[in-house]
Design a protein around this ligand. Structure first.
Ligand SMILES: [Fe+2]
Length: 232
C-alpha cells in the first residue's frame, strides 16, 4: 500500500469517528466479519468474562496477523491517539474496537477499571507494561490495594486481558519506537447495577513498597501530567 492510500485509510477511519452514523459503511470491508464474530462472543461476557475475553483476543490477534491494521502503521501522531473501528451493544452496555497509536516515549497513565472487560493486542512495536491484581475486598473510597502481576514488555501478537477480577489495573507505554495496538473494551456487561460510564479511574502506584501496597486514586489531569509523557 502506498503512503497516499495508507493516509486515505487513516483519514477515512477518522471521518467515521467524527460521524458515528457512517462508521459501519466507512469501515474497511475486512472489519465486517470481525464485528459479527465479536458480536457473537459478547453474549458470554457476563457469565464467562475471562474465557470470552480470551476468545476475542484470539480474533483480534488473528486480524492483526492477517494485516488488518497495517494501514495505520504509517500514522504517527504527536500525542497518543485512538481510532474507533467497530462497535456494538446497547446504550447501557457497549463494546468497541479501537486502535491505539502510542508515540515513542509516551504512556497511558496507570489506571484501574469498573464494570469493564478488555484486551489489548500489540500489532506493531514493543509495549512496556505493568499490570496489577486489584484486591477488591480492600477497596477504599480514595484508594485500591494492589499486588504486582506483570512487569515487562510485549511484542506483536502478545496481549493484555483485563476483567473485574483479573489484573484490573495497568499502565503501559511505548519506549523507543511507536506502538500500534488494537483494543477491545466492553463496558456495562459485568455489573449492571453500575453505570457503564466513567469506567477508568486513574491511580498512582509509584509510592508502593513491597508486593502488596495501596495506590491512591488521582485526578485524570494529574495522571496525564505525571505519567503520559514518560516511558515506564
Ligand atoms: Fe485500561
Amino acid at each position: 500500500m502506498s503512503d497516499l492510500s495508507r493516509r486515505d485509510a487513516v483519514l477515512t477511519a477518522m471521518a467515521a469517528v467524527a460521524a458515528p452514523g457512517v462508521a459501519a459503511a466507512a469501515a474497511p470491508e475486512g472489519f465486517v466479519g470481525l464485528q459479527q464474530a465479536i458480536e457473537r462472543e459478547v453474549a458470554g461476557l457476563a457469565a464467562r468474562p475471562r474465557t470470552t475475553i480470551d476468545r476475542i483476543q484470539g480474533l483480534l490477534a488473528g486480524a492483526a496477523r492477517a494485516g488488518a491494521f497495517e494501514a495505520w502503521n504509517g500514522h504517527r501522531p504527536a500525542t497518543a491517539e485512538k481510532v474507533t473501528l467497530i462497535g456494538g451493544g446497547l446504550p447501557w452496555r457497549k463494546w468497541k474496537v479501537q486502535l491505539f497509536m502510542i508515540p515513542a516515549g509516551s504512556a497511558h497513565p496507570p489506571h484501574c477499571h469498573e464494570n469493564l472487560a478488555s484486551c489489548l493486542v500489540v500489532a506493531n512495536g514493543r509495549l512496556r507494561l505493568r499490570e496489577y491484581q486489584r484486591l477488591r475486598e480492600h477497596d477504599a473510597r480514595d484508594s485500591v490495594m494492589l499486588t504486582r502481576a506483570f512487569d515487562g514488555e510485549l511484542g506483536p501478537g502478545q496481549a493484555i486481558a483485563t476483567t473485574e477480577d483479573y489484573r484490573n489495573a495497568h499502565w503501559f507505554a511505548a519506549t523507543a519506537t511507536p506502538v500500534l495496538a488494537v483494543n477491545f473494551k466492553a463496558s456495562g456487561y459485568a455489573r449492571p447495577e453500575l453505570l457503564r460510564f466513567a469506567n477508568r479511574r486513574y491511580l498512582d502506584p509509584t509510592g508502593g513498597r513491597g508486593e502488596v501496597f495501596r495506590a491512591p486514586f488521582i485526578d485524570g489531569d494529574v495522571a496525564r501530567q505525571r505519567f503520559a509523557r514518560h516511558p515506564l
